[in-house]
Design a protein around this ligand. Structure first.
Ligand SMILES: *[C@@H]1O[C@H](CO)[C@@H](O)[C@H](O)[C@H]1NC(C)=O
Ligand SMILES: *[C@@H]1O[C@H](CO)[C@@H](O)[C@H](O)[C@H]1NC(C)=O
Ligand SMILES: *[C@@H]1O[C@H](CO)[C@@H](O)[C@H](O)[C@H]1NC(C)=O
Length: 400
């Protein structure tokens, strides 16, 4: 339950559906307008080298359907900046040519290899080819485009390691290559992308550790569903003063989560579930390191020790999952007592070896979602919804 609430993938699916819907209406509207304007003369407006690169891109694509955005791209009938869909252009005051600044294809299963000549579109700011079937390697030339701000190639069939481009000053703000089959490690060159705020490489086949340095202005880091190994290093994360979302679930990360991690100054949402973490150490935030943490998911690890009472001191924290770990000891009464903030709304602790009595306060909180089942707790009758499934048998609990 909590995993679903924290996961980015739900909202991703929703946005994709919205994109598909809005594409269909956009497509019909643009067909309508292109019919209206059919009598107007067409000029050659687009920079010739942009036209050549776009034509090269089109010839590399196979389209599954006739009713597609790409099908409307007719280079003999009109200038690319007048294509009814998929392209946005910018006019320059100083230049008689327009430049292509955005390419957004509809998600209908286009396939093909991306040609390196996409790197000739030097004014390109946005490239979104998500939800298709493009394959082979992502050309390194895309990372050298000086104006590119968003590169979204999510949900395709790209393979091979990420390119190792010659790094140039880059404007890239959002890089989403999630849901492909990219191999190799998270490349070190990303750390030189100083404008990058969103990095999503979730659901690929990445292995190896998290790089020692990360893009310094990251707000969202998502590497969910890979085979990433190693520890979370303080030297990699503490320079990230703006990081709000850390989504590293379903990997092979290990070691003890140290207190510095939960005190990253902008951190709001953490999902480290389904890894191999073995411990957790938490320090109370102080006035000087005020903290924004809202939700923590550490479910399905191998965390030993007792529940850190200091979590109750995080004023904005409302959702905590530590389900299916190896935690022992009591549920701190502080977790349900009135505290500075809004109080826990979701507390998932099932599947541990917690013992003692469930603090009475939990039975009184309104709108509380909890799961305390499958532990070694006393006074948690499985007739109470949040106490099911039943507690572990004595024989198992005694051994702990
Ligand atoms: C891309 O630019 C290179 C270097 O200017 C040029 O040789 C090549 O023909 C261009 N490719 C396309 C498809 O425009
Ligand atoms: C492209 O436009 C030309 C000129 O209007 C036309 O002859 C040709 O059939 C069009 N091609 C396609 C694939 O529609
Ligand atoms: C996490 O691991 C558990 C146990 O292996 C599994 O049942 C669950 O589906 C996993 N969750 C995700 C989101 O992969």
């Amino acid at each position: 339950m909590c995993e679903a609430a924290l996961s980015l993938s739900m909202s991703e699916t929703e946005t994709m559906q919205m994109q598909i819907q809005s594409f269909h209406s956009l497509f019909l509207i643009s067909i309508f307008f292109s019919l209206l304007s059919i009598s107007s003369p067409t000029h050659s407006l687009t920079l010739p080298s942009d036209i050549a690169a776009l034509a090269d891109f089109k010839s590399a694509i196979t389209s599954p359907r006739r009713l597609s955005c790409l099908f409307t791209w007719n280079f003999t009938a009109s200038d690319p900046c007048e294509f009814p869909c998929g392209i946005s252009c910018a006019r320059s005051d100083t230049n008689r040519y327009s430049r292509i600044i955005a390419i957004t294809l509809d998600p209908i299963g286009y396939s093909g290899r991306l040609p390196a000549s996409l790197g000739n579109l030097t004014a390109l700011q946005h490239l979104d080819l998500s939800g298709n079937a493009f394959y082979n390697r992502i050309p390194g030339s895309l990372f050298t485009l000086p104006s590119l701000k968003t590169l979204v190639l999510a949900s395709n069939s790209f393979t091979g390691p990420m390119p190792a481009p010659v790094v140039k000053p880059s404007a890239l703000q959002k890089l989403d290559l999630s849901r492909n089959s990219i191999t190799g490690s998270v490349p070190q060159f990303l750390s030189s992308l100083s404008s990058l705020t969103t990095l999503d490489l979730s659901y690929n086949r990445l292995s190896g550790p998290i790089p020692d340095t990360l893009p310094p202005n990251l707000v969202e880091l998502a590497l969910r569903g890979n085979s990433i190994t190693g520890f979370l290093k303080q030297s990699a994360f503490t320079p990230l003063g703006s990081i709000q979302v850390i989504e590293l679930a379903e990997n092979r990360l290990q070691g003890k989560l140290e207190s510095w991690f939960f005190l990253l100054p902008s951190l709001q949402q953490v999902d480290l579930s389904n890894n191999s973490f073995t411990g957790i150490s938490v320090q109370s935030p102080t006035a000087s390191n005020a903290n924004q943490l809202v939700a923590i998911n550490l479910g399905f690890n191998q965390i030993k020790g007792t529940l850190p009472v200091q979590l109750a001191q995080f004023g904005s924290l409302v959702a905590v999952s530590l389900r299916h770990n190896a935690l022992t000891g009591p549920v701190p009464a502080e977790y349900c007592m009135a505290k500075k903030g809004v109080g826990f709304r979701r507390l998932l602790l099932d599947g541990n070896f917690l013992s003692g009595e469930v603090p009475e306060g939990f039975f009184e909180i309104k709108d509380f979602v909890g799961s305390f089942g499958d532990n070694c707790l006393e006074r948690c009758p499985d007739s109470m919804a949040f106490c099911s499934p039943a507690q572990k048998p004595q024989s198992i609990c005694k051994r702990k």
